[in-house]
Structure formats: C-alpha cells, structure tokens
Design a protein. Sequence first.
Length: 255
Amino acid sequence: MSDVIAPEDIPARIPPWVPKETYSYLAHTEGGTSLRALARTAGVHASTILRQVRSIEARREDVLVDLLLQRWGRRVSDDADEGAVEYVADDLSGEQLKREACRVLGHLTDPASVLAVVADMEIAVSVRETQQGDTTRRATLDRSVAEALAFKGWIACETPGKVLKYRITATGRAALGKIMAQAEMRAVGQSMGFHEDQSVFKRDSEAEPAPGQIAITRRGGPIEAPANPPKQIGRAGGNEREKKLWGGREGEGRN
C-alpha cells in the first residue's frame, strides 16, 4: 500500500482493549512505519519498539493469536479479501470480553477442563476430561472470544494439532480474580444505592467532610463533622502538658 499508517490511526480499526504496543506492531508490519519513526512518536529508543515488535511476532506461534493478528492486519492495511469469513473479535467490547472471560475462565480453573478449538470452526468448546477419556461439554463460545483470551495471555495452548487444547494461565487466574472482584464491588455498591459512584470506597483520609457534613467511616456509622474542629496538639505540646500534670521532669517516677 502507498500510505504509511501511524500508530494513532490504529485504535479506530481494532478493539479498545488491545494494549498500545500492538499499535506499533501493526503500524510497522502492516502500515509500513519505520521503527525509528515509531520510537520518535512514542518518545522511546528504537530498541524498545523493536523488542515490542519481536515479542508480539513470537506470539504468532499460537494459532489463535496468529489468526487474530492476520485479521487486524487486513483491517489496518485495508486490503481484506471480499470472500473471507470475518468473525466478530473486532466488535468485542471490553465489557463483553470480561463477561465471557469470567464465564469461560471460571470453568478452566478446574484442572480437568480444557478449551478445545478447531482453527477452521467458528466456535470453541470448554470440556471436562475424565480419567477414562470421556468428555463433558461445559460451555461453548465464539472462536473470536477464544482468540481474544489467547491474545491477552489468559489461556495457552497445551496440545497443538488439529484440535487445539488450551488451559488457563497464571495471568488468566489473576485476571479472573480481578474481574470477579470488580463485579462483586459493583454489585455491593448498587445494593447500597451507590451505583457507579466509587467515592464512597475511598479511605477516610482521602475524603474528609466539610464542617456540618456527614461522613461514613470504615470503623462505624455516620459521624457528623464538628463545625469548629479542635486544633491538633503536636507531640511536643503533649509532653509539656504531661510534665505539668505529674509535676516532674520527663523520666522521673510518678508520686
């Protein structure tokens, strides 16, 4: 293609949850932008961009990651084949990805469960394998979701071949825990009438009320702030007061 594509042109062509280093990769491999030009735009050394490009290129050994990058590449270079089958990974929002990840990764935390994928099929299947070799289907999902999970590094291919078998990674377990914690926090907030306002979860020191206002502390119920809060007494003032009280110098015993 004749026109060079800059990294800032990439976000409009791929999903919003894609990490920014992928912009540089696609701008270089599909858009024709040089590594030095990418480094100048990002304000980093060219070797940094080169490491990012090589890291993503190495991940194309995974079939699902390679298929996803191929499709993004066609979109970036604007030369997609008219008859090619296009899946919906490019339309997968961040919230949709989280919901699907919570559902699928939850199954894969079972050591006997794997995600089975056939490259030329539009769906993937989460199955549980028994010691006798039997399998039980637990969930189905669009292949685009499996591609996204693989690209995020939340699943990894354990058994290559015609039927690819993926298992959850340590990164995937951490991501699942974070997603579930966020969902639980939202549910608690909505049940208390807080909805999307997260300010109520700030520490006491981060949200001090104005005089006369009501504050909610972690240690108890609502407390009304005094209209004229007392001045803080420093450590030195406290020592002087103790001397007068006990009538002696610091260190002397009490009568």
